[in-house]
Design a binder for this molecule. Structure first.
Ligand SMILES: [Zn+2]
Length: 170
């Protein structure tokens, strides 16, 4: 089911999401709804809070070189914890909660991530580049952090100007 996306500057986006302790049918339904919503809006990642669920859950589905998002590449991540990070990458980001604004953000180019899958089983993965960026962006959402928080003062001013314009237009 496609859900409504919580849009900036909604204060909901600033909430800290809670650890998931129940791995039941409710969680699977939420993950399915997140997938439907993300695909409908053309996103590559989505955090629970973006559909109003304050749970530490996120999904990421990075397109391959042919630009197609294969569902077999879908990562469903519960209670993530970054164990290691290194390197640096400057990557242009966007966010379904901040429509029509894209800007470059500096993040780690490599992360080692521990999380639980939807059955509650613990997994560890290594991620680089685009995938590492997307995971860090979504993990930030679980802590009430948005990518615009990471911009320089100058770029933040540009955001506020552009966003106010778009906000009024719509
Ligand atoms: Zn986002």
């Amino acid at each position: 089911m496609i859900e409504n996306i919580v849009i900036y500057p909604d204060k909901k986006l600033r909430e800290i999401s809670q650890e998931v302790v129940e791995f039941g049918s409710g969680l699977k339904e939420t993950l399915d709804n997140m997938y439907d919503t993300m695909m409908d809006k053309g996103g590559v990642g989505l955090a629970g809070i973006q559909i109003g669920k304050t749970q530490r859950i996120l999904i990421v589905n990075i397109p391959r070189e042919d630009k197609i998002q294969y569902k077999e590449d879908l990562l469903e991540v519960i209670n993530p914890e970054i164990l290691e990070s290194s390197g640096e990458i400057l990557f242009q980001e966007g966010c379904l909660s901040i429509p029509n604004f894209y800007e470059y953000v500096r993040r780690a180019s490599y992360i080692k991530l521990r999380f639980q899958n939807k059955e509650g089983k613990s997994e560890i993965i290594e991620a680089r580049d685009y995938l590492a960026v997307a995971l860090q962006h979504e993990i930030d959402h679980l802590n009430g952090i948005l990518f615009i928080d990471k911009l320089s003062i100058l770029k933040k001013k540009k955001f506020e100007k552009e966003y106010r314009k778009n906000f009024k237009a719509s």
